[in-house]
Design a protein around this ligand. Structure first.
Ligand SMILES: C[S@@+](CC[C@H](N)C(=O)[O-])C[C@H]1O[C@@H](n2cnc3c(N)ncnc32)[C@H](O)[C@@H]1O
Length: 288
């Protein structure tokens, strides 16, 4: 079998089991199984596969047909143009979270006169937010917390891979509790799936991604509500809080913030799909 046939074969097998974007996934999986670059994938069409390579392809088809997400099979995923190590201990990074990173970078650059700011990424998972902020803001000091120790092990691998271990401190614990003191900016993509939605998600999500990264309780906002009372102790007056939220949750989260922090300014930003995705609050009081 040659590469051209292999791509077609894998795409066909994936389509047969109902994978939506079968040709694109086939390319990713063939590239992964054969350990070849994107360029090779699109130029070396007549390359002959070894029997071991064909066996490997059979194995990845079997796993993907069993609904295992491509990111977990390849143990990598790209987020914000950067490659991250990913496995079943963490949520697979979603493109909508790029907005949270962008907003945090803008906020850090515009809202704070001092450049050596402190930031907390709460529920860091694979570390994608903390690591991107560390790379974009070379003088920032970042704390990345997660309740899941296995998730923090993945974040540690990514911090080492991207050489930011010295500036990203990984802390295990509930929300802001492990922080040693107040920070200037709090960024969080906490679980926000509603109980009723959880049951309807695809097997790729329900059977493979960690429940602790998804489940937000009845209205999806259990973790955001639990975070609120911790904010005054762990975020400086005049500091910023940026929260990623799900479809239809921005208004409720904005109200929760306004009620708890009267006088603070609260706004939301839309993602590319037109959904209010990030709620930004600048807490009142204090000098920045
Ligand atoms: C939606 S995932 C986000 C992961 C990562 N930040 C991202 O954007 O891909 C939520 C993360 O919050 C963590 N988490 C859930 N409850 C938590 C809590 N009470 N305290 C700290 N982290 C929590 C989960 O383990 C998970 O890693």
């Amino acid at each position: 079998m040659i590469l051209r046939q292999a791509k077609r074969w894998v795409g066909h097998e994936l389509a047969l089991v109902g994978i939506e974007d079968a040709p694109a996934e086939a390319d990713l999986l063939v590239g992964y199984a054969l350990r070849i670059s994107k360029t090779q994938l699109y130029t070396e069409f007549d390359r002959t596969l070894t029997p071991q390579e064909i066996e490997l392809l059979q194995e990845v088809i079997r796993r993907r047909a069993g609904h295992e997400p491509v990111a977990y099979i390849m143990k990598r995923w790209e987020f914000y143009g950067i490659d991250f190590y990913i496995d079943q201990r963490v949520l697979i990074p979603r493109p909508e979270t790029e907005l949270l990173v962008e907003e945090a970078i803008v906020c850090a650059s515009r809202c704070f006169r001092k450049s050596d700011i402190t930031i907390a990424d709460v529920g860091t998972g694979s570390g994608i937010i903390a690591i991107n902020l560390a790379m974009a803001l070379p003088r920032a000091r970042i704390y990345a917390t997660d309740i899941s120790n296995p998730a923090l092990q993945v974040a540690r691998i990514n911090c080492q891979r991207h050489k930011v271990s010295g500036r990203v401190e990984l802390l295990q614990g509930n929300l802001l509790e492990p922080l040693p003191g107040p920070v200037d900016m709090l960024v969080a993509n906490l679980p926000y799936i509603r109980d009723s939605e959880l049951k309807q998600l695809s097997p790729e999500i329900v059977d493979f991604e960690p429940g602790v990264a998804l489940d937000g309780g009845e209205d999806g906002l259990d973790e955001v509500r639990a975070l609120m009372p911790q904010v005054p102790v762990k975020v400086h007056p005049g500091g910023s809080v940026l929260l990623e939220v799900g479809l239809g949750q921005a208004e409720t989260v904005a109200s929760l913030m306004k009620d708890r922090f009267p006088g603070s300014s609260v706004a939301s930003s839309r993602d590319l799909g037109g959904i209010d995705r990030v709620v930004k609050t600048v807490l009142c009081g204090g000098s920045k």
